[in-house]
Ligand binder design. Structure first.
Ligand SMILES: CC(C)(COP(=O)(O)OP(=O)(O)OC[C@H]1O[C@@H](n2cnc3c(N)ncnc32)[C@H](O)[C@@H]1OP(=O)(O)O)[C@@H](O)C(=O)NCCC(=O)NCCS
Length: 145
């Protein structure tokens, strides 16, 4: 939660910090990255049938762009492939909503091999503002031999 809080208000809103993330950290499968004796990043996911949803990912601001997010995602993707999961999905703020911090988030997912499948208009429960969410997907083929 300290990492999640370090990314609020830039990325995570009050509902995410106050209820969604603390709840999901208890229920979803969660991996963390450690550095200097403390947690500096985390990722959570769930699965439904042969599909997986990345629900939350975060790396504290001072540790970003050092490969930690890539490493966290790689661990999850490897685990999912081995378990026979065939598709990974993640939702994030679309480019139709101008907001610089999420340009970096989308650059990250695109580098991880995700592509936009669809975009929908949403209303923030926290602020009542309208924004666009993009659903990104990545197909997982069999492991290269
Ligand atoms: C998204 C996030 C988890 C990525 O973690 P990270 O450790 O910073 O990412 P990495 O260092 O592994 O970056 C991997 C690639 O993503 C892209 N990327 C990451 N940060 C970027 C940035 N600030 N600008 C442009 N591209 C970026 C780059 O292609 C990068 O590869 P490169 O450094 O070789 O060019 C992290 O930036 C973060 O916590 N963001 C805020 C929270 C968030 O957006 N969560 C998701 C909400 S849906």
């Amino acid at each position: 939660m300290a990492v999640a809080k370090s990314l609020s208000p830039g990325w995570f809103d009050n509902i995410a910090i106050g209820s969604s993330i603390p709840r999901d950290l208890r229920i979803h499968r969660t991996h963390v990255a450690e550095g200097g004796g403390r947690i500096v990043g985390f990722i959570t996911h769930t699965t439904v049938d042969d599909k997986a949803d990345i629900k939350w990912i975060g790396v504290e601001p001072g540790s970003q762009r050092k490969g930690i997010g890539s490493e966290l995602y790689a661990v999850v993707e490897d685990e999912l492939r081995r378990a026979g999961v065939r598709e990974v999905r993640v939702e994030t703020v679309s480019e139709l909503t101008e907001y610089e911090p999420y340009e970096r988030t989308r650059a990250f997912y695109e580098k991880m091999g995700f592509r936009v499948e669809k975009v929908k208009k949403t209303i923030s429960e926290d602020t009542g503002e309208e924004f666009y969410m993009a659903k990104y997907v990545k197909a997982l083929g069999p492991e290269p031999s």
